[in-house]
Ligand binder design. Structure first.
Ligand code: DI6
Ligand code: FE
Length: 399
């Protein structure tokens, strides 16, 4: 791969604490990586002879990263949306046998081809907004075969599209209809984790720690297995109540604790100590009409890095736009647009344990998004507006 110099652009490098903005910048791309970035006037002499591509003053950011999705799933739950509008709560629907287990039935029934086709169309929607890395969870199988099927489909997305995919095994997502939670963890979840790991299908281990899902003790058993296998962990924690999930995640040095609406200041301190990212998911907060916002001020005060994801799933967050998630993180949770962009770049990378993406800096993979905007705050300010011009993935144009 040759060397290409991007010029006539401003770059939000996302290095340092804010946007790391360089106006009138140049970016040298070599062998799929960023070789140099800085003010155009400082471009080193060694690059002056290489081919140049002017971007007409556009803004370049790191490719966006959606660090929390469930885009592999069967069916939809539009009927539950109607039920919630008629007054039922998300938890009531789950306890009455709807919720996650209804998507489990639809996902078990769906063929691998159908699951891939629908997952690709969701991935395409994210890609169209400048996303270059997507995390995808299992957890709608709750049996060996379907969990394997979901993870194979997740991996296949990256074979079919210019996008990087990281998978999380979410076997501990809900109690299946056919057995109790403890039996499920011991006889299905743990052996399946061992197997998906052996097949190279899993990058991290996730769980749903909640009154309607699994207790901290049950999640700890899954995390112990992850540690034994050398896999990093992350957790859906404190979404609907505080039962100690965030503290548990911190104890295991989790990559991230996600949702965290009900996290306390002590939880924030524990996350900061552990270096765990708080992943904010405003789509779920919005869709199920939550009123308790995550403790953003405590996260800031303690220095907890905050990421933002879509949580794209058929139940609590049928949200197919990471840009809208950024907007919602500002309007609903009070993030600044700079925090929202850090949340879908630098901190989202960290929530996935990736150190080669999320910023524009020498040595980083050249995963970039080019935008028809002048001010990076426009990315969070627009509602339902997609200003993407094009993407570059590992140094190659990938519109
Ligand atoms: N938290 C979520 O936001 C999703 N899973 C989870 O553990 C919701 C999944 C669903 O309702 O289908
Ligand atoms: Fe989720």
């Amino acid at each position: 791969m040759g060397t290409e110099i991007l010029t006539d652009l401003s770059a939000a490098t996302m290095t340092g604490s804010g946007y790391g903005l360089i106006s009138d910048a140049a970016i040298a791309i070599q062998g799929g990586s960023v070789a140099w970035v800085g003010p155009r006037s400082n471009l080193p002499a060694e690059y002056t002879d290489f081919s140049r591509r002017g971007l007409d003053g556009r803004l370049v950011t790191p490719g966006l990263i959606d660090c929390h999705t469930h885009i592999v799933h069967g069916g939809n739950r539009a009927r539950e949306f109607e039920m919630r509008l008629e007054g039922a709560s998300y938890e009531e629907i789950a306890r009455a046998g709807g919720g996650i287990v209804s998507t489990v039935s639809a996902t078990r029934e769906a063929s691998e081809e159908t699951l891939l086709k629908t997952a690709l169309s969701r991935a395409d929607a994210l890609i169209a907004e400048g996303v270059t890395t997507i995390e995808v969870k299992s957890g709608y199988g709750l049996d060996r075969d379907t969990e394997l099927k979901m993870l194979r489909v997740a991996r296949a997305i990256a074979d079919q599209r210019p996008v990087r995919v990281l998978t999380s095994f979410l076997g501990a997502h809900a109690e299946p209809k056919e057995m109790d939670a403890d039996t499920y963890i011991d006889t299905i979840c743990l052996p399946t984790l061992q197997e998906v790991h052996a097949e190279g299908l899993v990058d991290a281990v996730d769980g749903f720690c909640e009154g309607i899902a699994f207790s901290p003790d049950q999640i700890a058993r899954v995390f112990d297995k992850a540690v034994e296998l050398g896999l990093p962990v992350k957790l859906h924690a404190e979404q609907l109540s505080n039962i100690g999930g965030t503290a548990l995640a911190a104890r295991y040095g989790a990559l991230s604790a996600d949702h965290v609406e009900y996290a306390t200041e002590a939880d924030a301190e524990a996350l900061a100590q552990a270096g765990t990212v708080a992943v904010l998911l405003p789509g779920a907060f919005y869709a199920i009409n939550e009123t308790q916002a995550p403790p953003v001020e405590a996260f800031r005060k303690c220095g907890v890095p905050m990421a933002v994801g879509t949580d794209w799933n058929p139940g609590s967050s049928p949200l197919g736009s990471l840009l809208l998630a950024m907007n919602m993180s500002c309007t609903l949770f009070g993030l600044t647009p700079a925090e929202a962009l850090a949340g879908t770049t630098r901190n989202a990378a960290r929530a996935l344990g990736l150190s080669d993406v999320g910023t524009i800096a020498p040595g980083q993979r050249a995963d970039l998004a080019i935008w028809d905007v002048t001010d990076p705050a426009e990315l969070s300010y627009g509602i339902g507006i997609n200003p993407l011009y094009s993407r570059i993935v590992a140094g190659r144009e990938a519109p």
